[in-house]
Design a protein around this ligand. Sequence first.
Ligand code: HEM
Length: 389
Amino acid sequence: MDPAHVTEPPPPPFALDKFHISQEYGFLLPDPQTELPTPYGPWMDLARSLPHLIATRQLRAHVHQAPQLSAAQLHGHRDLRLAHLVLSFITAGYVWQDGEEGPAKVLPQNLAVPYWEVSRRLGLPPILLHADLVLANWRRRDRAGPLELGNLDPIVWLPGGESLRGFVLVTVLVEKAAVPGLQAIVEAAPAIWQPDRETLLRALAQLATALGAMTEALRLMHDHVDPDIFYTAIRLFLSGGVSELPQAYSGGSAAQSTVLHAFDAFLGIRHHEESLAFLRQMRDYMPPCHRAFVEAIQAFPPLRDLVLSSGNEALCCAYDGCVTALAAFRTHHIAVATRYVVAAAKTSRGSLPRPAPPSGLEQRGTGGSPVLRFLKSVRDATREALLHV
Ligand code: HEM
């Protein structure tokens, strides 16, 4: 790694806060706001009663009675993020209140107009997103207490009780576990331009450790989310709309989490054509600043080529350690998707009484082998980046 060989321009200033990413919480909104300004009390009242209003099929009637409110009195990012979360949840409940047989095809004006306005101001689509469901949807029971499951609750709930709680908060913990990996990318950035082997080695080791911690956090899903409840009571509300594989689930999928996109970009993972289109599409569902972070990483000189051409065994091993840890996360995620979507689809058939499972979504690709094919293709493309030197 001879600095004399460097032809790249000097590194641009690269810092998490430039992309509205928190040093402590990563892509999670730091201690999100839990109340909207006073005029929006009617929205908060609806949001707080969602599980009950959906279970009793009264939500649509209550929405129809709600006043038409302008979004003009929402000020700043945190107001807007809570408003998007609240309106997304009310909309998901409104659309799917009667199960998959009777989705509402049109939103009433008092919901659609402010929802559109809030979405436009945030640069986000008007649909329930990972940025709502997870990133802006956590609160501490004890404000001074730790970020652990026992001290956390979602701010807004959907049906599913404790399983909904587990699904949201385990994903919060996966996002949190990724934070040292994001910091590692920031540390590595100038070291790629220079290049500086020792710093890169340190950063790669830190990224591999973060990926291991993410896999550990993901394992908690098994203890805190019941597959049957996830499949029959929760999943429908996360579905975006009606479309081809795997778009139907993209309403609230962690495929929209910026974490994996950032790590893929940093490590130079080249996804296969058929999965790339979907993954790229998911970026439109991210807050624009987070999307810009991934694009900035893509503009780095290619790390993989640098490591390979360095001929340095320790660096190659450290790089492969990250790729192996990323593939391991994806392998475990395949097991999770299999248990909660594919296997749950099979066992839920014919066992009554319970709400109708979203079999329409299943046919459209989120419940069967097309999903597993997609997830395996993403995992296999990860493995193909291994240097094996
Ligand atoms: C019960 C829990 C979960 C289930 C059932 C599940 C299911 C799925 C499914 C079906 C897909 C395919 C794409 C789609 O339909 O949207 C997907 C994609 C994805 N999920 Fe999950 N998921 C779960 C939890 C998580 C968590 C906690 C994370 C981590 C933040 C995550 C990260 C991803 C990513 C990054 C993708 C895109 C494919 C990839 O990059 O490997 N998922 N998930």
